[in-house]
Design a protein around this ligand. Structure first.
Ligand code: HEM
Length: 449
């Protein structure tokens, strides 16, 4: 009997692994050109058999499947030592569904809008520190800014001492190297070198978090507080689910931090990079920012995430033999929804290499073609929040500055940092204050006369 898997490259698994993890932006389109819309890869230890899909009908089938048949948590176990066993990213079925029920209200519906003023004031404080007429590495500034947002909005940490203690430690935790992650297979490594430093840092973060959880539980104003931690402490008392234990709270908080901070920073860095290179689009975004119109700002963010997907794919592991996309795949196969390939499909996105936010203003973008936040029961919990956050931050920047690419900086290629796709050179841009525009004579390259 032949192999049940769709065809794919025959190179050694180690070579495929490196190409998939590190050079996917060029590797995956090349494989798709050679083997078509569905192909197999060998990417140990992530997946001995990885089947990559990107057609809208296949994406729909995978995202709509029964979560008992397709496990996402199982595929993320490598993050266990950092995020903890209870993390919503690592669990499946009943435990996962309960975690989502408890977490979602803090992120859903009216909640993102409720955080908007707080995000705007944090962004204003950051932008206030920028010097006029300087060059910025947008990625660094956006990382600092989104970390501050997460600490205030998610942890609700307002006490300056705790914030000063937490910020550098969280920064070190997010900067985890792949070597440290892979080394967790050998727990005894925790006593030496980078693994020991990582463990010490993590223990210090845990101590700070548990103290904060204790303090918050007893806070007199708990029911009036709007941060995610305070909402989580009350969730469960208002539903049929058992409330989260302290250990569960710790795991979910660390997960939200790691999943929600670098991703939004990368999306914003790509957006600022593209806006600096497209003065006409920047001008429209400026007008939208000026008029408090989020629709165009969100379209700009969405198009940046389309052209530069922050996360390249989602993964689900088959718990039983089943048919997906017409292929009879055995239990244990990992099915991969390639966000990167889906966003480049000419049938979904005509002129796919062009940066054109207008696509997102009408009904041009069909379902199951734009997938930066994944889908189905595992769709990103922070999707609405990050769009609100991105728009609020763009508004503060664009109403104060015009952006131009810094000297000699052409279009940037991506590189994989942790698991996110960031601009290789950090998206360096020059900023010029808008208030230097005087009537009739302007330093603003975007000014229309
Ligand atoms: C531009 C920003 C972001 C991008 C591109 C992004 C992308 C993603 C993707 C692709 C997934 C996997 C979905 C799947 O498997 O179908 C995911 C899951 C998740 N994201 Fe985000 N994310 C972003 C921001 C955030 C924020 C701000 C938070 C929270 C503060 C967050 C929290 C989560 C959580 C908790 C999950 C796990 C959901 C589950 O497994 O049920 N993300 N995100």
């Amino acid at each position: 009997m032949g192999s049940p898997y769709p065809p794919g490259p025959r190179w050694p698994a180690a070579v495929q692994s490196v190409l998939f993890q590190r050079h996917r932006a060029r590797f995956l389109p090349a494989v798709a050109r050679r083997y078509g819309d569905v192909f197999s890869l060998k990417v140990p230890s992530y997946a001995d058999h990885l089947v990559v899909f990107n057609r809208p009908e296949h994406v729909k089938e995978i995202f709509a499947a029964d979560p008992r048949d397709l496990h996402a948590g199982e595929g993320n176990q490598i993050l266990g030592p950092v995020m903890g066993e209870h993390s919503v990213l690592l669990t499946d079925e009943t435990e996962h569904a309960r975690a989502r029920r408890l977490l979602m209200p803090a992120f859903n519906g009216a909640s993102p809008r409720g955080y908007r003023d707080l995000v705007a004031s944090i962004a204003r404080a950051e932008v206030d520190q920028w010097n006029a007429n300087i060059e910025l590495r947008a990625l660094d500034r956006m990382n600092a800014l989104t970390l501050e947002v997460i600490m205030l909005v998610v942890f609700g940490v307002t006490d300056p001492y705790t914030r000063d203690q937490l910020a550098p430690r969280l920064h070190r935790m997010v900067d985890i190297s792949p070597i440290v992650l892979l080394g967790w297979v050998f727990p005894s490594l925790g006593r030496i070198g980078p693994w020991k430093r990582f463990c010490d840092n993590q223990n210090e973060i845990d101590a700070l978090l548990y103290t904060e959880i204790d303090r918050r539980r007893d806070a007199a104003d708990l029911s009036r507080r709007t941060d995610v931690l305070s909402r989580l402490l009350q969730a469960g008392y208002q539903s049929d689910d058992a409330p989260l234990t302290d250990a569960e709270l710790r795991d979910q908080l660390v997960t939200l931090l790691l999943a929600g901070h670098e991703t939004t920073a990368a999306a914003l860095a790509w957006t600022l990079h593209e806006l600096a290179r497209h003065p006409d689009i920047q001008h429209r975004a400026y007008l939208a920012a000026h008029d408090n119109d989020d629709r165009y700002l969100e379209a700009v963010l969405k198009e940046s995430m389309r052209l530069h997907p922050v996360i390249a794919s989602t993964a689900r592991k088959l718990t039983r033999d089943q048919v997906i996309g017409g292929w009879h795949l055995p239990a244990g196969t990992v099915v991969n929804t390639s966000i990167l390939l889906a966003h480049q499909r000419p049938d979904g996105f005509p002129n796919a290499n062009a940066y054109r936010p207008d696509r997102f203003l009408g009904s041009e973008v069909a379902p199951n073609t734009w997938l930066p936040f994944g889908g189905g029961v595992r769709r990103c919990i922070g999707a609405g929040f990050s769009l609100m956050e991105g728009a609020a931050i763009l508004r503060e920047i664009l109403t104060r500055y015009t952006l131009t690419p810094s000297a000699g900086n052409g279009p940037e290629r991506g590189r994989v940092r942790n698991i996110t796709n960031v601009p290789r050179r950090g998206a360096r841009i020059a900023i010029t204050p808008r208030h230097s525009v005087t009537q009739g004579q302007s330093t603003d390259p975007l000014r229309v006369s």
